[in-house]
Design a protein around this ligand. Structure first.
Ligand code: AMP
Ligand code: ZN
Ligand code: FE
Ligand code: FE
Length: 279
């Protein structure tokens, strides 16, 4: 629980609509129990939680605006872009989500074929079981591998087989960063480069940020304060919004609690006002 007067908003978390273990409704309840004042649910490549969850949060007294985390490709590398405060029904967003849905189906199928070649057969049904209605990805495949006993845990599945460039990895048809930013902006949203700490290449980040980003995720998960300070200074220099969030996935990443990274009232209200200005 935080001090009642302290405004904290977590702008990065995943629900069962992608690879989190809590439903959107449960996330709202969890946020309120923790004493958070604001939240944005940022599922991977889909906005299924919206707009319904906004009404529910409003009734319960939690401030929210739409969010999503898009996978995008730039110079043959994959990165994540958070979008906030966009119109969830805008065709630019809904068609980008549809495109991701097809990409994931194709890519997941290729990964299962690669696993079969390594004598680790998995049926699509066992990957999807218990995750009906979710946008499925590598974490779901990893979980099915653990259940079958192919690996001891999810980390091992990523490290040996599913991580970018690993033995059974498949990319599928990538969606470009340019296309992603354009769709976000067409839908009235703001584009934020997610977890820059995880991109281990400064020259690459500089190239990425030459594109029309609006913000940088400087506060992330349980990253050390020094690391965060570096990104805050970087964002300030570039005139980018400074955002942050936990990247909560529930029991799928049990060491990362909701609200362990957050933004204060000023940033949250700026993003909320942006949303309210076009709905
Ligand atoms: P996908 O969206 O299907 O490409 O899967 C990527 C997601 O898998 C990331 O957003 C993380 O949530 C998760 N992930 C990536 N690497 C790991 C890892 N080493 N351990 C656990 N989860 C991971
Ligand atoms: Zn995830
Ligand atoms: Fe991410
Ligand atoms: Fe995330």
């Amino acid at each position: 629980m935080f001090q009642a007067e302290e405004f904290r908003a977590d702008l990065h978390c995943h629900s069962t609509c992608s690879d989190g273990s809590s439903s959107p409704e449960e996330l709202v309840g969890l946020a309120l129990n923790l004493g958070l004042s604001g939240l944005s649910i940022t599922d991977h490549d889909n906005v299924t939680a919206y707009p319904e969850i906004l009404n529910m949060a409003k009734k319960q007294g939690l401030l929210m605006f739409p969010g999503v985390e898009f996978s995008a490709n730039f110079q043959k590398k994959s990165l994540h872009v958070l979008a906030y405060s966009f119109n969830v029904s805008h065709s630019a967003i809904t068609s980008l989500c549809e495109k991701h849905k097809s990409r994931r189906i194709e890519r997941n199928e290729l990964i299962l074929q690669n696993l079969l070649k390594k004598n680790m057969p998995l049926s699509w049904n066992e990957v999807a079981e218990g995750h009906e209605g979710s946008s499925l990805g590598r974490p779901h495949i990893a979980l099915a591998m653990v259940k079958r006993g192919y690996v001891n845990n999810i980390q091992e599945a990523f490290k040996k087989y599913l991580g970018d460039g690993k033995l059974c990895y498949a990319e599928g048809t990538p969606i470009s960063l340019n296309e992603t930013l354009e769709a976000i902006h067409q839908a009235g949203g703001l584009a934020v480069l997610a977890h820059p700490h995880l991109i281990n290449n400064n020259a690459f980040i500089s190239e990425v940020l030459k594109l029309p980003f609006d913000g940088l995720e400087c506060y992330y998960s349980k990253f050390p304060a020094n690391d965060q300070k570096r990104w805050v200074e970087f964002a300030q220099k570039k005139g980018l919004l400074i955002t942050g969030g936990s990247d909560f996935h529930g029991s799928n990443k049990p060491d990362i609690p909701l609200g362990c990274s957050w933004v204060g009232k000023d940033t949250f209200m700026k993003l909320l006002a942006h949303y309210q200005s076009h709905v």
